[in-house]
Design a protein around this ligand. Structure first.
Ligand code: ADP
Ligand code: MG
Length: 333
């Protein structure tokens, strides 16, 4: 890879928004909007894994689906290898769709129950006219083997597999397109704890083998810790903090990140800091709080937090956060 290709982000999103209209009454008048994703910007460099973390409903899946072209953004731009997807022709977009793949949270509902494993993996290759006949057969068996499934399983239907095996089929289907970027949307959340590590290890091996770039979505920090290079924390449709993994874990700036870290087990109890656990309900994304959207749950809330939304700023190099009183500053005051 030449220098300029390495410096260009593989993916860049700017001001991405998805507002769902809410319709009320007989005449379906729009009574407001669910701000599922509310102005998100970030870059992903080739070969890296960006973890995205936040409680259920904060907009993670919606964002992933916009990037992989499964959902149309309300606003904002998506640049893939420096090209704005909005500027591409239909033919070019079809090519980009192959480069951007999605691995779903629940492999059971995302795999067609009436199709055999072989056909599930073969389908995208056929649809895109990539392989047929003997070549197709060889390729599908190779893909199944790559994800650790023997050829003897190819004729089974999704319900005949375990949860972990089903997720392997979902991964094989995504790999079939030889993608550059895979968005893994809580790929292990629905699996037994004992199986989770196996799937995470598989994803790591595949990343090495095929030079893949990942966006890895999870609702808790522990699940993204080992796989991520950098981590973005989302709250009510917005990124509130983004930093290198180790930096985020050791020096969180945002009180929300601090609260999420509360859920991370600390092996030595003597090292455990007194932290304020997260209390209160997640606000309604159709009617977000004034000012900082986290102020209703923030243990450090001040007047300004109720009035003015903090902007996402680089408080220390490579570490951005949106808080009027970032924690690292409080500690030194
Ligand atoms: P996450 O993946 O972080 O759990 P989602 O992206 O699934 O969050 O959802 C974000 C918000 O958008 C939630 O409040 C959800 O209820 C809402 N939402 C998602 N899909 C739709 C839809 N099709 N219509 C209306 N609201 C939606
Ligand atoms: Mg989700």
């Amino acid at each position: 890879m030449n220098q300029s290709a390495q410096d260009t982000p593989l993916l860049e999103v700017n001001g991405l928004k998805k507002y769902y209209p809410m319709n009320k009454g007989w005449f379906s008048k729009t009574s407001g909007y669910v701000r599922a994703v509310d102005g998100v910007s970030f870059k992903v460099m080739p070969g890296e894994t960006l973890g995205i973390v936040g409680e259920s409903g904060c907009g993670k899946s919606t964002m992933g689906q916009m990037i992989t072209q499964l959902l149309e953004p309300t606003e904002g731009e998506i640049l893939f290898q420096g090209q704005n997807l909005a500027d591409l022709t239909e033919v070019e977009i079809r090519k980009v769709r192959r480069d951007l793949q999605f691995v779903f949270q629940d492999p059971y509902s995302s795999l067609n129950p009436r199709m055999k494993a072989f056909d599930i993996v073969a389908e995208p290759l056929q649809v895109h006219g990539i392989a047929k006949g003997k070549e197709l057969k060889t390729e599908v068996f190779r893909l199944l083997e790559t994800v650790g499934l023997g050829a003897h399983l190819a004729n089974r239907h999704p319900h005949e597999f375990s949860g972990g095996q089903r997720q392997r089929i979902g991964i094989a289907r995504a790999l079939a397109m030889k993608p550059k970027l895979i968005i893994c949307d809580e790929p292990v959340s629905a699996l037994d704890v004992s199986i989770q590590a196996q799937i995470l290890n598989l994803l790591k091996e595949l990343q090495q083998q095929f030079q893949l770039t990942y966006i890895f979505i999870a609702h808790g920090l522990p699940s993204v810790k080992h796989i991520s290079d950098r981590i973005a924390v989302m709250y009510l449709g917005k990124i509130v903090e983004l930093a290198d993994r180790d930096e985020l874990f050791s020096r969180p700036h945002h009180p929300y990140t601090e609260a999420l870290l509360e859920a991370v087990p600390v092996p030595d109890p003597r090292l455990r800091k007194e932290r304020t656990p997260l209390t209160g309900e997640i606000p309604n994304p159709a009617n977000p709080p004034s000012g900082c959207s986290f102020h209703t749950r923030c243990p450090y809330v001040q007047d300004i937090c109720r009035q003015k939304a903090p902007s996402l700023e680089e408080h220390t190099p490579g570490h951005v956060s949106a808080c009027h009183f970032p924690l690292h500053k409080q500690a030194t005051n």
